[in-house]
Design a protein around this ligand. Structure first.
Ligand SMILES: Cc1cc2nc3c(=O)[nH]c(=O)nc-3n(C[C@H](O)[C@H](O)[C@H](O)COP(=O)(O)OP(=O)(O)OC[C@H]3O[C@@H](n4cnc5c(N)ncnc54)[C@H](O)[C@@H]3O)c2cc1C
Length: 476
């Protein structure tokens, strides 16, 4: 049987890989995508971490738990009484699984529509041959396919604590955290990054007593300090216990729970007993299954694939995108790189602007930002102006009953160019897009201040924050 030959083979069907494959096919290349993720029945489940155990299922559970929280705590102020509110966790998790499956099926449909050949199994390099590459697909059957160009998009996996592997029963990665079958009485979380905060929020809203242990002395170090301070205040009010500057010691699991020895910032020995423990201390790139040695693919000391600014590896016509390379581990960053690489293969000028990649934390309130923080601007010595506007003074936020937080603008002191926008508050994930567009077009704060924003809308707070950069206001 002759080897199937493709112009482009993508290994990994997460947001980096499946988007790259679709774009390559749209550009006229004979394209294949190999992905090994299996659903409960052993069938294909393309979409990677994002679709199966990341962005999509976490947002489904956040939505369910937010409804529960609203019914419990906020309906009454609207004059709505609902009696005793109960949560059917199995149903909530089942709904989440349905949302995931709809996304898996959507990707398979898009592959078909765009004529991307899909292979279910593990892809690994066999050898470089005839100016291209041979790739083994190990699935239900084994076969070797060949490609002129290869795009690696194998993603990342949760990092375990040394000596404490994930058993997904008591010690949970993001995977187990999204499949807990009943609300734990006490939940421990190690790591107060995005995943720890989102997962902690879901189970806190449903009634768990949640303690988050964080090694760093500062909370949300990557966010603007004003936002991080506000977030710490609000999360504490919601009952999330967050301990900073801790050292985690021995972790013992038993049938009934997990016992964690830890030391607080003052150096005092502490013990946390919980029913389950989520470990969210970062992610490691997936490269072991690729057989990189067969072709001499260069990895860095973390096991990530080494690429240049255009996602080129050290091998001719081999590219890598998404979580498996440097840069923020975000689905939309992976997607942008996937599109850019497909276009570069076609001789076009694919482009990713790392300065305008938005960050979002889907807690309540949501947190979103783009560009530089105030502390980074101070450290770099760049002269800047700042403007801030609270949702407390925004009519739509009052009508929604959610006036937490603010919008903050940072602009160059001389040119007024927007350097960073930071939002904590309702629908921050949606509001941040305006700032991303503005920064992509190198807009000034005054540009935003002079654009008509619908009334009443949360986006008026964005306009007001832009006005505040020049110490002006229309509504305050
Ligand atoms: C709980 C959680 C919540 C998150 N929420 C968000 C969010 O809200 N927004 C956001 O932007 N990001 C979020 N992320 C991060 C996001 O999921 C990742 O940045 C994104 O999935 C990376 O995409 P990728 O294509 O690089 O890799 P992945 O999505 O990891 O996909 C890689 C795929 O390749 C497959 N694979 C690996 N090796 C092989 C091989 N040798 N052969 C065949 N297949 C292989 C894997 O099975 C997987 O299907 C979240 C992550 C987690 C864990």
């Amino acid at each position: 049987m002759s080897t199937k030959q493709f112009d482009v083979v993508v290994i990994g069907g997460g947001p980096g890989g499946y988007i790259a494959a679709i774009r390559a096919a749209q550009l006229g290349f004979a394209t294949a995508c190999i992905d090994e993720w299996k659903n409960d029945k052993g069938g294909p489940a393309p979409g990677g971490t994002c679709t199966n155990v990341g962005c999509i299922p976490s947002k489904a559970l956040l939505q369910s738990s937010e409804h529960f929280d609203h019914a419990n705590h906020h309906f009454a102020e609207h004059g709505i009484s609902v009696g005793k509110v109960e949560i059917d966790v199995a149903k909530m998790v089942g709904r989440k699984d349905t949302v995931v499956k709809q996304n898996n099926d959507g990707i398979l449909y898009l592959f078909k529509k765009n004529k991307v050949a899909f292979f279910h199994g593990r892809g690994s390099f066999v050898a470089a041959k005839d100016g291209g590459y041979e790739i083994k697909v190990a699935g239900a059957a084994e076969e070797v396919i060949a490609a002129k160009h290869v795009i690696l998009a194998t993603g990342s996996s949760a990092r375990a604590l040394p000596g404490t592997p994930f058993d997904e029963e008591r010690v949970l990665s993001n995977d187990g955290a999204l499949r807990i079958g009943a609300v734990p009485k006490k939940l421990g979380v190690i790591g107060s990054g995005v995943i720890g905060l989102e997962m902690g929020s879901v189970w806190r809203r449903l009634g768990a007593e949640v303690t988050i242990l964080e090694a760093m002395p500062a909370f949300l170090g990557a966010a603007d300090e004003a936002v991080a301070k506000e977030a710490a205040k609000v999360f504490a009010k919601q009952g999330l216990k967050i301990e900073l500057g801790v050292k985690v010691g021995a972790i013992k699991t038993s049938k009934s729970g997990v016992k964690i020895d830890w030391t607080n910032a003052k150096g005092e020995a502490q013990v946390l007993d919980c029913d389950r423990l989520i470990v969210s201390i970062g992610r490691v790139p997936n490269t072991t299954g690729l057989n990189p040695e067969a072709v001499g693919l260069k990895l860095d000391e973390r096991g990530a694939i080494v690429v240049d600014g255009d996602c080129r590896t050290n091998l001719p016509n081999v590219w890598a995108v998404g979580d498996v390379v440097r840069g923020p581990m975000l689905a939309h960053k992976a997607e942008e790189e996937g599109v850019a690489v497909a276009e570069r293969i076609a001789g076009q000028h694919g482009h990713v602007n790392f300065d305008t990649i938005p960050w979002v934390i889907y807690t309540s309130p949501e947190i979103a930002w783009v560009g530089q923080t105030e502390q980074a601007l101070k450290a770099s010595g760049r002269a800047y102006k700042a403007g801030q506007f609270p949702f407390l003074a925004n009519g739509r936020a009052r009508a929604l009953g959610d006036t937490t937080g603010f919008v903050k603008f940072l602009a160059d002191a001389k040119t007024d160019e927007i350097l960073g926008v930071h939002i904590i508050g309702p629908m921050a994930s949606e509001l941040i897009s305006e700032a991303v567009v503005a920064m992509e077009f190198k807009a000034s704060a005054e540009d935003i201040a002079r654009i008509c924003h619908a009334h009443p809308s949360l986006s008026e707070a964005t306009k007001e924050a832009a006005l505040a950069v020049d110490k002006r206001t229309l509504n305050f």
